[in-house]
Design a binder for this molecule. Structure first.
Ligand SMILES: Nc1ncnc2c1ncn2[C@@H]1O[C@H](COP(=O)(O)OP(=O)(O)OP(=O)(O)O)[C@@H](O)[C@H]1O
Length: 342
């Protein structure tokens, strides 16, 4: 099988100057990415998550050819990125939430025209792509406006359009929803979800907003200290870390506390015992089975099942590995001085 992304033993080190006393600094090596291996198949949508300084951007930079690896092997669309950066640029689309690929003083439409010329996109294909983005991302009202006058949400919609004009095989999004308000986030996510579903675009997404992942990426790669902590389907990781689910049942009449059916660990009830919560292990029983069992002992008017939120799953993965991400926000400016440039 040929993969869109194929990474093996990928590592990247940086030499940095660290303060060791009031006037003393000494060189040390930071392992930004350490022995990372994964593959992404065509049409997959993968979320790459980790706390600040865990190595996400460094990985993305190696995948897109901005940085060369210190060691390991990386292949994107069958190309070695740092050696074939220009060729690769025709095959992938990149959106960096914190950086723009548009021309600040030009109207958005002109920026897109320039990109058409750079990528030598045939007029008909360009028109079709642009029309589609204009419609689905509502670009109409600001297409003629200079990029510097656009709101962040409008600019991001422009960035995504720019990344898609040349029909890339792989779309790499680095924090695409950072700083966006709820409405803009929803709009962008809706568009990307459609893209994945309809066109089977391969997507690699880094984000701090776990809702992006939940809505767009069935698979999750979790990274910490430059190493992969977990890689798998969100649902599988959820089962591994915190298998318990909660079935809430609303009964027609107050009654006795429900029995601990097979697979149920605890039963809790409100004071009238009309609303009861059954914690259960989905590997031992199913919500449907439980509902049927409850209905046999008491008339039910409503039910709902709650799963652990993605935040809890990720917290569980870190806890399992002994990492404590929240306490580790690495500030480049105060702790280290970059000794190497991108
Ligand atoms: N050019 C550089 N020179 C020196 N150190 C660097 C450089 N780029 C990254 N690092 C270090 O490598 C580590 C990983 O950084 P990276 O930017 O990849 O993390 P990240 O997961 O993208 O973080 P964030 O979520 O804050 O963007 C950090 O310790 C960072 O300080």
């Amino acid at each position: 099988m040929t993969y869109m992304v194929d990474v093996e033993g990928l590592s990247r080190e940086f030499s940095v100057w660290a303060r060791t006393g009031r006037f003393r600094r000494s060189a040390k090596v930071v392992e930004a990415v350490a022995d990372v291996s994964f593959t992404v198949a065509r049409g997959e949508a993968v979320g790459y998550v980790g706390p600040n300084g865990s190595g996400k951007s460094t990985t993305i930079k190696m995948l897109t050819g901005i940085l060369a690896p210190s060691s390991g092997r990386v292949s994107v669309c069958g190309l070695e990125p740092s050696q074939h950066r220009k060729q690769l640029a025709r095959r992938i689309g990149i959106v960096f939430g914190q950086r723009s690929q548009l021309w600040w003083d030009l109207p958005l439409r002109e920026s897109l025209e320039i990109l058409r010329a750079i990528y030598r996109i045939p007029q008909a294909r360009f028109r079709a792509r642009l029309d589609e983005c204009v419609e689905l991302l509502d670009l109409d009202s600001f297409l003629e406006r200079p990029v510097r006058q656009l709101s962040l949400g409008q600019r991001m919609r422009g960035e995504v359009t720019a990344a898609l004009l040349h029909d890339p095989d792989l779309l790499v999004l680095d924090e695409p929803t950072i700083g966006l308000d709820l409405e803009s986030k929803a709009k962008l996510r809706g568009f990307l979800a459609e893209l994945v579903a309809r066109r089977a675009t391969t997507l690699l997404l880094t984000t701090h907003d776990l809702q992006d992942i939940e809505l767009l990426c069935p698979r999750l790669i979790v990274i910490d200290h430059g190493r992969i902590l977990a890689d798998g389907a969100l649902d599988t990781l959820r089962d591994e870390v915190s298998p318990e689910r909660i079935l809430r049942v609303d009964l027609k009449q107050p009654g006795a506390l429900l029995p601990t059916f097979h697979g149920v660990t605890t039963v809790q009830a409100d004071e009238h015992r009309t609303r009861q919560r059954l914690s259960f292990d989905p590997r031992r029983t199913t919500a449907a089975e439980l509902i049927a069992q409850v209905a046999q002992v008491a008339p039910v008017i409503d039910v709902s099942v709650t799963e652990p939120a993605i935040e809890d799953v990720i917290r569980g993965l870190y806890a399992r590995s002994g990492a404590v991400p929240a306490a580790r926000h690495i500030s480049r400016s105060s702790e280290t001085t970059a000794g190497e440039e991108e």
